[in-house]
Design a protein around this ligand. Structure first.
Ligand code: GLC
Length: 528
């Protein structure tokens, strides 16, 4: 592989730490557990591990409510466990990315405790406090992402504070220079420990309208959709000044070698790409969630890839995500068979892929009985179908009790078929989705065209999406049947004589292909 920054040619793997591996028998995953599974990850062929928050937290939003930015929650272990983990990650040539949650802290964070203690407290302005309207109502009409008003009244000091998420997650005020400096120190704390980068939570939320104007109503909203969508988020996020804040974080990272800044951003493409920043001074990788949001058919996907490629700023490196801890799992959304095609798509497109733990064993939606619901969003807005628990269930390792995840009942249920859907069983099956992931990862690592080559759409019709990847004389042609029907793709004579390097069905290896290729239902191939 030619020299290229690790986060460009590498593959990121997201771990939801509560659900990866429990080492102390409390039914919740932890850092020692993750460390004990690093050989699996290295062997799988990923390059970097991103771990969702592990900091001290009351767990109102499962760690996205941070009470100490420079500590480790006892549930996950100790700082010594963290130091052990990072050493073990690096010993295997892997990278470690932490989740950084700067938009809000926990209401139990000492900064907020001070801030709410009085209007004149020096940390008052570290959070967003506003007077009530004359009639006592909230300062504006903004809605929390988890439903209800985004403003919480504080009786003692007579003002409201703003929370874009739970009331236990007050928003920090990034217009305050002291807060910014304190947060930069947090970044340096972890960078000094050797952390290779950060995934920054809701980075597009960091700056709000200076005047806190009302958001306009969304005419397309209807009951049954989350309340947050009832307003267009014109003033509550994606403000121009956020780019300076991100550039500030970036300067902190740039004082270190080879660290990556990834931003969580749910915005349409033309807004998303602004997060590369002026002259690429922003996020290295503004997360691209379009594969999560698109209708799953060849034309829609072909169009979105082309539009994304065209919208990227010069030098901006693309990236692709299929799932995360906030979204339904890919296998739940498009079915087990198309999930294999999706894996091939993710691992052959141009740009850094991010995998979500468990997708490689085909985990789908795990039903959560009402009495076991954990997600605060589901508790606030029940029954709308936005429970995030079904995508956060424990990793299934083997056929032993609790699937090898824990010796205790896990915090969320396992999939009912865990005796068959687990790493050990699937590793032993050469045609399993896990075997497919391994081969795709190996192929990407060993094929320059796939890792860092150019992207070009190849004209096809019907349910087929095809594209080429090129790097010098190294080339690959990817042809994906996005349907459950048998089909024939006409590729044109330019591609005559290529051979199958990988099929999602894990057969046909070496088969020579002419200007047409027959694809079985839900089959994708890489030719080269
Ligand atoms: C991000 C996280 C999500 C969390 C929210 C509030 O979207 O991914 O899990 O609930 O931010 O921090």
């Amino acid at each position: 592989m030619p020299a290229s920054t690790w986060w460009k040619h590498g593959i990121v793997y997201q771990i939801y730490p509560r659900s990866f591996q429990d080492s102390n028998g409390d039914g919740v995953g932890d850092l020692r557990g993750i460390a004990s599974r690093l050989d699996y990850l290295a062997d799988l062929g990923i390059d970097a591990v991103w771990i969702s928050p592990i900091y001290p937290s009351p767990m109102a939003d499962f760690g996205y409510d941070v009470a100490d930015y420079c500590g480790i929650h006892p549930l996950f272990g100790t700082m010594a466990d963290f130091d052990h983990l990072i050493a073990e990650v690096h010993r295997r040539g892997l990278k470690l990315i932490l989740d950084f949650v700067p938009n809000h802290s926990s209401d139990q964070h000492p900064w907020f405790v001070e801030s709410r203690s009085s209007r004149s407290n020096p940390k008052r302005d570290w959070y967003i406090w506003r007077d009530p309207k004359p009639d006592g109502s909230p300062p504006n009409n903004w809605v929390s992402n988890f439903g209800g008003s985004a403003w919480q009244f504080d009786e003692a000091s007579g003002q409201y504070y703003y929370h874009a998420f739970l009331r236990e997650q007050p928003d920090l005020n990034w217009r305050n220079p002291e807060l910014r400096e304190a947060m930069h120190d947090v970044l340096r704390f972890w960078l000094d420990k050797g952390v290779d980068g950060f995934r920054v939570d809701v980075i597009w939320h960091l700056i709000k309208d200076a005047e806190f104007r009302d958001n306009p109503p969304n005419p397309a909203w209807h009951p049954g959709r989350p309340e947050i969508e009832s307003l267009l988020q014109v003033y509550s996020n994606d403000q121009e000044e956020v780019h300076e804040v991100i550039a500030g974080m970036r300067r902190v990272l740039d004082d270190y070698q080879d660290r990556v800044l990834i931003g969580e951003i749910y915005l349409p493409t033309e807004r998303l790409v602004t997060y590369y920043g002026k002259d690429l001074s922003g996020a290295h990788l503004p997360f691209n969630f379009q594969l999560i949001q698109t209708a799953w058919n060849a034309r829609a996907i072909a169009r979105l890839v082309d539009e994304y490629e065209a919208a990227l700023p010069a030098g901006g490196w693309p990236n692709w995500v299929l799932g995360n801890h906030d979204q339904p799992r890919i296998a739940a959304r498009i079915g087990a068979e198309q999930a294999r095609v999706a894996a091939m798509l993710l691992l052959t497109l141009r740009g850094t892929p991010t995998m979500y733990y468990g997708d490689e064993i085909g985990l789908a939606r795990v039903e959560i009985p009402p009495e076991r619901v954990q997600d605060p969003w589901e508790k606030n807005e029940p029954g709308l179908g936005f429970n995030r628990d079904p995508a956060r269930t424990p990793m299934q390792w083997d056929g032993s009790g609790h699937a090898g995840f824990s010796t205790a009942e896990p915090w969320l249920p396992l999939a009912p078929d865990h005796a068959a859907t687990n790493v050990a069983a699937l590793a032993a099956d050469p045609r399993s989705i896990l075997s497919l992931y391994r081969q795709l990862l190996a192929l990407r690592r060993n094929t320059r065209a796939l890792a860092i080559g150019t992207y070009r759409a190849v004209q096809t019709d019907g349910p087929v999406f095809a594209f080429s990847r090129m790097y010098g004389s190294d080339q690959a042609l990817v042809v994906l049947n996005l349907s459950g029907e048998q089909t024939t793709a006409t590729l044109g004579s330019a591609w005559d004589g290529l051979r199958v390097r990988l099929s999602t069905h894990l057969d046909r290896f070496g088969e020579e292909v002419g200007s047409e290729i027959a694809l079985r239902p839900n089959e994708g191939v890489v030719l080269g």
